[in-house]
Design a protein around this ligand. Structure first.
Ligand SMILES: C[S@@+](CC[C@H](N)C(=O)[O-])C[C@H]1O[C@@H](n2cnc3c(N)ncnc32)[C@H](O)[C@@H]1O
Length: 455
């Protein structure tokens, strides 16, 4: 038999992972996305999780490697190529996990009805609205300073990019904060995979007075922005993004692509849903005063370092890691995100029990497994919160929500310098007379591309 090379290893790994031709290895598919009745239909594929968590915390590395190596031809090819073979396998495996995870997001969107797409495109709610306006305020403080002596004839438009723009809820408050004189100097770039959002974006920004050449819409996945024809020769002077960057399992790569398109010294001002709850399938509270690693795989207390069991991760009973200023604990953040799901799944009646049992587990030192717990909800009938109609929820859980510290690390790995990382709603804030509840889930990140690159 002819011995096979590195290309074969890569191709076979992609095929088995369902990221190449064909449907993928059945056992791998069953592990990554087990079948089940509603609401288990809404458990997202495990490959969609952040790679910093999925490989160890969710066991992808160990479980899938074992499953894939049951293929004797693949195993033989790896052995035949020695160290290079093993290296090719590891690299191909990580790439295939990311490719599969990446494809999971458009798959989720493609299942939405037209009404649901419109809901995403026009999404507004007190919490995201507040986060978008705060993000814009922080951006405007920088943009206005930079626009003061900006000459369009010399430098062209000052370009502001919005990643995952939908219809523009994140960058519209930036435009609204500019004076008529400042508005003449700017150009907006909207990047999104959903064409419908981009159409609305263009019409809204034109209605607000911008000319056609001051708006560039790019219908592309974040990961392919470097190849977008519309952006040839375009450099971003400022970047914003709201609630969008958690839709990719490997944000370091996305941030690297954005970085390449940014002018030296440009700022990136973003907010996102962040929490430590998807660090592993099983969460355990670390001891008081211990220091938990960003991926939750370890904690250190005094001289002792403790590693989490396979499929487990620690969450800290202390302040949420990676943020400046006031912040609740990681345990509170995990509880808050889990408590969202009964409502999102349209079975709010299960919430009180979930909170009671979650609390009991975490307090007693037992681990908590949300996927396992949700199995007890099979048979519940989802009803639309407004119409009362029996209708399953369009939302999938398991996405690449990072903890603030993981997100900050991703920016730093891509080359950015940290300016500020802060929770958006650590306390109750009044908006138009209504009090918003405090939330541990919305984090604002301000990073900067260095003026001069070193190394
Ligand atoms: C929750 S919406 C947020 C929209 C807007 N920024 C806001 O705050 O209202 C997320 C948007 O990101 C887009 N998106 C998600 N993943 C993407 C990807 N990988 N590439 C491009 N766009 C993506 C979605 O299509 C969606 O319009």
């Amino acid at each position: 038999m002819q011995e096979r090379g590195l290309e074969f290893i890569q191709k076979r790994v992609f095929e088995h992972m369902g990221a190449g031709e064909g449907k993928g290895l059945q056992s791998a598919n069953e592990f990554l996305r087990p079948a089940g009745a509603y609401p288990l239909t809404n458990v997202g594929d495990k490959a969609r999780l952040h790679v910093a968590y999925s490989m160890e915390g969710w066991g992808l590395q160990s479980v899938l490697t074992t499953l894939l190596l049951q293929d004797r031809e693949l195993q033989r090819a790896i052995e035949f190529n020695g160290a290079r073979g093993r290296d090719a396998f590891e690299k191909a495996f990580k790439k295939a996990v990311i490719a599969r995870g990446r494809a999971g997001y458009p798959e989720e969107w493609s299942r939405l009805t037209q009404t649901q797409v419109d809901e995403v495109v026009n999404a507004a709610g007190a919490l995201p609205d507040y986060a978008n306006s705060l993000n814009a305020k922080k951006s405007l403080a920088i943009i206005k300073r930079e626009l003061a002596d900006w000459n369009v004839l010399d430098k062209g438009f000052y370009t502001i990019a919005d990643f995952g723009s939908a219809a523009g809820n994140t960058s519209m408050p930036v435009l609204k904060g500019l004076t008529p004189k400042e508005r003449k100097k700017v150009r907006f770039v909207a990047v999104d995979t959903m064409a419908r959002g981009l159409e609305r974006y263009r019409s809204r920004f034109e209605e607000a007075g911008l000319s056609e050449k001051q708006i560039i819409t790019v219908n592309a996945d974040f990961s392919s922005v470097g190849k977008a024809k519309e952006l040839e020769g375009v450099l971003f002077n400022h970047v914003v993004s709201g609630a969008a960057l958690h839709h990719d399992p490997n944000p370091v790569e996305i941030f690297g692509e954005i970085y390449k398109k940014m002018a030296p010294g440009a700022f990136i001002s973003t907010w996102d849903w962040c929490h430590p709850a998807w660090r592993a399938e099983n969460l355990v509270v670390a001891p008081a005063k211990s220091a938990v690693s960003a991926d939750g795989r370890f904690y250190t207390l005094g001289r002792k370092t403790v590693e989490a069991q396979r499929g487990h991760a620690f969450i800290s009973p202390g302040k949420t890691l990676g943020v400046f200023g006031r912040a609740p604990s990681e345990v509170e953040a995990a509880k808050e995100i889990f408590a969202f799901w009964p409502g999102l799944l349209r079975i709010p009646e299960v919430k009180p029990n979930l909170i009671k049992e979650l609390d009991a587990s975490l307090r007693s030192g037992r681990s908590f497994n949300f996927n396992e717990y949700a199995k007890g909800w099979v048979g519940r009938v989802p009803t639309h919160p407004k119409t009362g109609a029996v209708e399953p929820s369009p939302n999938w859980w398991l996405e690449a929500h990072p903890s603030p510290e993981t997100r900050a690390n991703d920016f730093i790995k891509a080359g950015f310098g940290k300016v500020d990382v802060r929770l958006i709603l650590p306390s109750k804030i009044k908006v138009q007379g209504n009090e918003l509840p405090p939330s541990s889930l919305l984090t604002h990140f301000m990073f900067r591309k260095p003026l001069v690159e070193t190394g």
